[in-house]
Design a binder for this molecule. Structure first.
Ligand code: FES
Ligand code: FES
Length: 158
């Protein structure tokens, strides 16, 4: 079956079983390996991508669920060679160690700011609860999200 979906701004025509996990399509069909396979059960957030601006765990999202949607992976975040502000904040705060969780963390954090531009620390902890970092960089991740939110607020027209 053919499914039309926008991936990182490009229209894609994908021939696959509609039940195929989105993560498999991204990694194996489209060669976008930024989204990682962790648990495969929707429990760790390593595979998170944005679908129409909201983070979903692509390992448990069937291809059919994103038909006609806009999917964004970590590869699609930079603009004209410039990192997305959330990527820059993660770098500036050193919010990673092995970085296996980082793409999912960044997309989860962008999703949070899309719905709540000025989150409290409690909001951040709650929203990122489904993202696991085996290296334990949580405090720096929270700092990075706060930094991105404050930069975003500074750039917002008043
Ligand atoms: S690999 Fe998808 S949530 Fe863990
Ligand atoms: S930096 Fe290693 S799992 Fe998060």
């Amino acid at each position: 079956m053919a499914i039309e979906v926008s991936v990182n701004g490009s229209p894609r025509h994908i021939e696959a079983d509609p039940d195929t996990p989105l993560l498999r399509v991204l990694r194996d069909t489209l060669g976008l390996t930024g989204a990682k396979y962790g648990c495969g059960e929707g429990l760790c957030g390593a595979c998170a991508v944005l679908v129409d601006g909201h983070a979903v765990n692509s390992c448990v999202t069937p291809l059919s669920a994103v038909a006609g949607s806009k999917v964004t992976t970590v590869e699609g975040l930079e603009t004209n060679g410039r990192l997305h502000p959330m990527q820059q904040a993660f770098l500036d705060k050193g919010a990673m160690q092995c970085a296996y969780c980082t793409p999912g963390m960044i997309l989860g954090a962008i999703s949070l700011l899309n719905t709540k531009p000025a989150p409290t620390e409690a909001d951040i902890v709650e929203a990122m609860d489904g993202h696991i970092c085996r290296c334990g960089t949580y405090p720096r991740i929270v700092d990075a999200i706060r930094l991105a939110a404050s930069r975003q607020a500074g750039n917002r027209p008043r």
